[in-house]
Design a protein around this ligand. Structure first.
Ligand SMILES: [Zn+2]
Length: 324
């Protein structure tokens, strides 16, 4: 059973639609579709609405367009998938053999600093949000900067902005999970200070294993582990080992898993593929390759119970705690 906290398939599908493609969620040429997920016993997939602030005139309208596409695809595939906003719904889908699809948000700037927009996206089913992507926005500063910075210079104290703190408080009170992937180290420290409940890093690896800004340093892994957070392993070779030849991506993901388990605890390791968020021809290029990752986790020394926790159990537990 597989539960994955992050993919960019939804925004990729939307982009292809704009270019005239008729591809949908059931079957497509992307990294991930429902037919292949079913074959691999997926029980849950988060689908991120991703907005590129440098590439859109109206970030909120862009987000709404993607949520519409999400619901349209869910309605078309009701036999195999259910959009879920609560743990009870996930459990119902799981027992009926349906895949749960959870709507998430990547780039807090899509709310344009307006908490009413956050609530509107919550009403449409969103239950997790990254405070930022690779740009400074109204809420926070990123760990890694794209060269274009539409909203700021990138120069600043790097912790959360006042608006970011207000958004976090709103998210905790309505039951939306803060996602610290892409956030600066100082920002993650602020999230730890401002919140009380567990949160997620939906698609982040360990910086001690591969030194990239997008990966989490040991002190944050330890603190997030103590809080009961879950960190989703990202399959992008650039974050795994810089794309080094000679090591398979799955073996590298397993090394990150071992390190995160050592620092944060086995109960804080999850999956966050980032499928359709990067180009790669690695040994885990799509959902059909998930068996290779499970095998690599066993080979790295995890027990059957631990592999189950990484692949599904820890994410379900986080959702039970936060979404009820
Ligand atoms: Zn991302």
């Amino acid at each position: 059973m597989i539960a994955d906290m992050h993919c960019d398939t939804l925004s990729e599908l939307r982009n292809r639609r704009k270019n005239g493609s008729a591809e949908g969620l059931q079957k497509n040429s992307l990294c991930l579709d429902l037919d292949r997920m079913r074959e691999q016993s997926y029980t849950l997939q988060n689908f991120a609405v991703f907005v590129d602030l440098a590439g859109t005139e109206d970030p909120f309208a862009d987000a709404l367009e993607q949520t519409e596409l999400f619901w349209e695809e869910i309605r078309k595939n009701e036999e195999t998938v259910r959009a879920v906003v609560s743990y009870a719904e996930m459990e119902r889908s799981r027992s009926e053999g349906k895949i749960s699809a959870m709507l998430t948000l990547e780039e807090g700037g899509m709310c344009q600093g307006d908490i009413r927009k956050l609530r509107a996206l919550y009403e449409r089913g969103a239950r997790m949000m990254t405070l930022c992507w690779n740009y400074e926005n109204e809420l926070a500063y990123p760990a890694f900067y794209e060269s274009a910075q539409p909203l700021g210079t990138g120069a600043g104290p790097q912790g959360l902005k006042q608006k970011g703190i207000e958004f976090l408080e709103a998210m905790e009170s309505i039951g939306m999970i803060p996602d610290v992937s892409h956030l600066s180290d100082e920002g993650v420290r602020d999230v730890l200070a401002v919140t009380r409940k567990p949160f997620a890093a939906s698609h982040s690896n360990a910086r001690a294993v591969w030194n990239h800004e997008r990966n989490l340093p040991d002190d944050l892994l330890c603190a997030m582990g103590e809080r009961g957070c879950v960190i989703g392993l990202n399959y992008y070779p650039l974050f795994l080992n810089g794309g080094a030849a000679g090591e398979s991506a799955c073996a590298s993901i397993a090394r990150h898993a071992v390190h995160i388990a050592e620092k944060a605890g086995i109960e804080s390791v999850g999956l966050g593929s980032d499928f359709d968020g990067f180009e790669s021809e690695s040994d885990i290029a799509g959902v059909s390759d998930i068996g290779s990752l499970v095998w690599a986790l066993h080979r790295a020394g995890f027990s059957g119970r631990e592999v189950d926790l990484i692949c599904e159990g820890n994410v379900r537990k986080l959702y039970r705690e936060i979404l009820g």
